[in-house]
Structure formats: structure tokens, C-alpha cells
Design a protein around this ligand. Structure first.
Ligand code: NAD
Ligand code: IPM
Ligand code: MG
Length: 347
């Protein structure tokens, strides 16, 4: 099994290192890890955030373990050369359209989230985020209007096949869980969302056992902190899913806990924490690597069918948290490596 490891920028290398230690400790037969440059680190070395060689490495592997990209000192570059283009480019080039972002409260953290414990303890939800379309990948630009004002513009759109394929992912995920699917949109304002809602309703006919509901994104943001336990699976577009998943992370304690899988139509996938390069804590050994370690678990499950090994990692993370091993993000004092050690000791 060949896994591409793209560590990236900021805390990316720090958290990825711990996830790699965990993968190596499992004694997986034929495990081959192959590194590649992405993001600002790749730009500095090769002049591009997603060099052709990295893309080739990605294509040669069965899955990608990704850290994070982002470097504010490169934000002056033209958009195509900015670090974030590495992750956007990989998602698009490799057809990674289905982003799974699970959020549940770990035992022992109920009173450490920003919600009241009795609200937080009920959270066990999955955000299914469309990852290849929406305003992220529409035409965009900056122009000067006739009256001299500058205008930035971004085109938001979804074609029905793009909505249909993520709808199926959402419904299938709901079938494997609590059979409740909440589609989040802004159909009261956006045509893109009206089509989204229409297609969700059409696809629902194929999944009679799943209860489909619709919610506007502003209400969903409110319900996520009011009564997050009511959600089972949320299916939504690229932009709304980005925002709601960061919000969901704080509902369960920390952005340092949320893993993700970005899946193609095949078993190929990219696995990464939902957080970014965290420049404010980079290089200090303070980052919580659990989100990346949990992403490695998702990698084993979704791309290699190794359910037992995935569960083993998840149990080790849960045990470390239950034993009080917490980073600064959860009000504790454990550093990145110490957290990695704690997970390894409980594998
Ligand atoms: N997929 C990705 O690679 C990805 C995701 C999000 C943001 N970014 C990029 O990362 C850079 C920083 O973005 P941002 O500051 O908005 O978001 P961020 O997620 O990097 O950080 C937000 C806050 O959360 C904290 N945080 C994040 N991960 C943590 C962890 N593992 N442990 C402890 N604390 C953690 C940070 O210290 C910061 O205070 C930007 O360049 C952005 O574009 C990349
Ligand atoms: C870095 C950025 C392009 C990315 C996104 O917006 O998808 C990030 O925020 C994420 O959640 O993975
Ligand atoms: Mg995000």
C-alpha cells in the first residue's frame, strides 16, 4: 500500500509527522510512504504550490495523507500561485468531490467545548461537503467599473449532475447511520441553491428509508449551537460546508480534533485535518495532531478497507483523551509529540 504524504506549511509537517508515526507503528504489510512538496513550501522550492512531480506522486499512490497549506507571507502572489491552490488543485485534478467531516464528542471532553455539556454530549454528526464545485471553482476576477470603482467577482453555480452525485453520497451515508439527512442551502435567495434543493428532493425518491429535511444555512449555523444533537448527516455545498465544519469543530471541543476524507468515485482519497497551517502556533510543537491522526484512520478505512486498523487508531485517540491527554487547544499542556506518544502508547 502506497500512501503519498504531503505535509505542507506551518503546523502541517508537525501534525503529519505524528500521524506517520502511528501508521508506521501498525505494522501494515507493504506500507510505502512517499513524500511530496505542496503549498508555500513547494512554491519556495519549485516556484509552484502544486508541482507536476507532486501530482504524479499523488496519482501513483492509493491515498494521500495531507497536512495543511497556507502562508500569509505569500498572500501577495497571484491567486494561481498561492499555497491554497495546492489543496484546491488536488481536489479538482483528482476528482475528490465528496468531503466527509465527522464530528462527535469524545468521552471526557463534554465540558470542554464552547457549548454546555448537556448540549455538546449529544453531538454525533457527519458533514458531507461537495468539494469540486460551487463558488470555489467558478470564474472569478477583479475589474474596474466604468465609474472607476474596483469590483471583485466570483461566479457561483452547480450543475445538476454535480448535486446528484453528492446527494447520493449523503443519502448512502445516512443509510449507514441514523437515516436522517439534512440538506443545507440558501434556496430563499440563490438559484444555485434552488437547483440544489430540487435535485436533493429528486434523489430522495431512491432512498425512501431516509428522512430528508432542508434547512437554510443561516438557520443551520444557529441550530448547530442550539441543538447539534438533532443532526445526523448534513449534506451541503462547498462554501457552506467549509464554514459549518469549522463551527462544528468548536461544538465538539477543538478544530484540532476534526478529521476529513475527500473521496473520488473510486477508492482513492485525500485525508486531512479540517484545520489550516495555524501560523500563530507553527514551529512551537503546540499543535494538536489528533485531527491528522484521525484522518489517517479514515484513510485506512475508506481507501484500503482496513476497518480494524482504523478503529484501532480511533480507540487509541479516544483513550488518550479519556486519560486527560490534552493540548493547549483543549486547555491542557501536552505538546504535539507528547500527544503522538500518548496515542502510540494506547494503540
Ligand atoms: N486544508 C488546508 O490546508 C487549510 C485549511 C484551512 C486553512 N488553511 C490555510 O491556513 C492558513 C491559516 O488559516 P486560519 O488561521 O484561518 O485557520 P487555521 O485552521 O490554520 O487556524 C485557526 C485557529 O485554530 C488554531 N488551530 C488550528 N489547528 C490547530 C491544531 N491542530 N491544534 C491547535 N490549534 C489549532 C490556530 O492556532 C488558529 O488560532 C491560511 O493560509 C489558510 O488559507 C489551509
Ligand atoms: C484552504 C482552503 C482552500 C480550504 C477550503 O476552503 O476548502 C480549507 O478551509 C478547508 O476547509 O479545507
Ligand atoms: Mg476550511
Amino acid at each position: 500500500m502506497r500512501i503519498a504524504v504531503f505535509a505542507g506549511d506551518g503546523i502541517g509537517p508537525e501534525v503529519t509527522e505524528q500521524a506517520v508515526r502511528v501508521l508506521e507503528a501498525l505494522g501494515l504489510p507493504g506500507l510505502e510512504l512517499v513524500a511530496g512538496d505542496v503549498g508555500g513550501a513547494a512554491y519556495r522550492k519549485h516556484g509552484h504550490p502544486l508541482p507536476a512531480a507532486t501530482l504524479e506522486t499523488a496519482r501513483s499512490a492509493g491515498a494521500i495523507l495531507f497536512g495543511a497549506v497556507g502562508d500569509f507571507t505569500l498572500d501577495h502572489l497571484e491567486r494561481a500561485l498561492r499555497p491554497e491552490q495546492a489543496i484546491l488543485g488536488l481536489r479538482k485534478e483528482l476528482g475528490l468531490f465528496a468531503n466527509l467531516r465527522p464530528a462527535r464528542v469524545f468521552q471526557g471532553l463534554e465540558s470542554l467545548t464552547t457549548l454546555r455539556a448537556e448540549v455538546a454530549e449529544k453531538i454525533d454528526l457527519l458533514i458531507v461537503r461537495e468539494l469540486n464545485g460551487d463558488v470555489y471553482f467558478g470564474e472569478k476576477g477583479m475589474r474596474t467599473l466604468d465609474d472607476g470603482r474596483r469590483q471583485g467577482w466570483d461566479m457561483m453555480s452547480y450543475a445538476e449532475d454535480e448535486v446528484r452525485r453528492i446527494a447520493h453520497v449523503g443519502f448512502k451515508a445516512a443509510m449507514g447511520r441514523g437515516k436522517k439527512l439534512c440538506s443545507v442551502d440558501k434556496a430563499n435567495v440563490l438559484e444555485t441553491s434552488q437547483l440544489w434543493r430540487d435535485v436533493m428532493i429528486e434523489v430522495a425518491a431512491e432512498y425512501p428509508e431516509v428522512e430528508l429535511t432542508h434547512m437554510y444555512v443561516d438557520n443551520a449555523a444557529m441550530q448547530l449551537v442550539k441543538n447539534p444533537g438533532a443532526f445526523d448527516v448534513i449534506v451541503t455545498g462547498n462554501l457552506f460546508g467549509d464554514i459549518l465544519s469549522d463551527q462544528a469543530s468548536m461544538c465538539v471541543g477543538s478544530i484540532g480534533l476534526l478529521a476529513s476524507a475527500s473521496l473520488a468515485e473510486t477508492s482513492f482519497g485525500l485525508y486531512e485535518p479540517i484545520h489550516g497551517s495555524a501560523p500563530d502556533i507553527a514551529g512551537k510543537g503546540l499543535a494538536n495532531p489528533m485531527a491528522t491522526i484521525l484522518s489517517a484512520a479514515m484513510l485506512l478505512r475508506h481507501s484500503f478497507g482496513l476497518e480494524d486498523q482504523a478503529a484501532r487508531i480511533e480507540a487509541a485517540v479516544a483513550a488518550a483523551l479519556a486519560d486527560g491527554i490534552k493540548g493547549g487547544d483543549l486547555g491542557g499542556s501536552a505538546g504535539t509529540r507528547e500527544i503522538g506518544d500518548a496515542v502510540l502508547a494506547r494503540l
